[in-house]
Design a binder for this molecule. Structure first.
Ligand SMILES: N[C@@H](CCC(=O)N[C@@H](CS)C(=O)NCC(=O)O)C(=O)O
Length: 229
């Protein structure tokens, strides 16, 4: 790049849902970027180098020409503006933008924690402790996710193809990456939800190859999980 301007660097672990959302946004929109992998399972988020970038010791982190930004939602919004990405990702029209912000606020206390809990209970805890999957805890996590899935169908997708309107936005991107996560334990949380399955297919086809590219590590984890059953 001319003038010493560098491509954005993103510190990611592709098993992290918000990291995948960020990777998809950049690769789908053909923004050149460099990935710096932070392997969470090896504790690399706790190294002094990474801690100096993000004292919260979490991924993702963006470094754009010396500008350091943490928090996936802030990073996604920044990238849309900074790289003049197509309007539909995060519309500038106030009402349309507010609908995306509305979903994202709700997402952070609903879709994200509830899908993560299924994955943590079914995959992460057994993997870290070597203990068997606690079926009862998984059932409880799935029951807690139910209200979130109901709301996605009855409120956000009530009369529209994407969560915030007729086109894909950051809301769909964040949501689909979370809802895919339990697939690491070979569990499709949308298996009995045709409306949400249709939405996921719509999002997946809108994102093309960038979707499967970003999810390849999760697919490998699923294959590994299945082979151990
Ligand atoms: N609010 C943060 C959450 C980021 C987050 O929870 N990252 C997880 C991976 S999904 C992480 O880095 N965990 C490492 C740790 O807690 O040690 C964001 O949206 O960026």
């Amino acid at each position: 790049m001319a003038g010493g301007v560098k491509y954005p660097e993103v510190y990611l672990d592709m098993l992290s849902q918000p990291c995948r959302a960020l990777h998809i946004l950049l690769s789908f929109n053909k923004v050149p970027f460099t990935v710096r992998t932070v392997a969470l399972r090896k504790g690399e988020q706790k190294t002094p180098e990474f801690t100096s970038l993000n004292p919260m010791q979490k991924v993702p982190v963006l470094v754009d020409n010396g500008f350091v930004l943490t928090e996936s939602v802030a990073i996604l919004k920044y990238l849309v503006t900074k790289y003049s990405l197509p309007e539909h990702w995060y519309p500038s029209q106030p009402e349309r933008r507010a609908k995306v912000d509305e979903y994202i606020s709700w997402h952070n206390t609903n879709t994200r924690p509830h899908t993560a809990k299924v994955f943590i209970t079914e995959v992460l805890i057994p993997r870290m402790t070597g203990s068997a999957v606690d079926g009862l805890r998984v059932e409880r996590a799935l029951a807690e996710l139910k209200d979130t899935l109901d709301m996605l169908e009855s409120m956000f997708l009530k009369r529209q193809p994407f969560l915030c309107g007729d086109d894909i936005t950051l809301a769909d991107l964040l949501a689909v990456c979370e809802l895919m996560q339990p697939l690491g334990g070979d569990r499709d949380v949308l298996s009995d939800r045709p409306k949400l399955q249709r939405w996921r297919s719509r999002v997946q086809s809108a994102l093309g190859e960038s979707f499967d590219d970003a999810h390849s590590v999760l697919y490998k984890l699923r294959d590994n999980f299945k082979s151990k059953l």
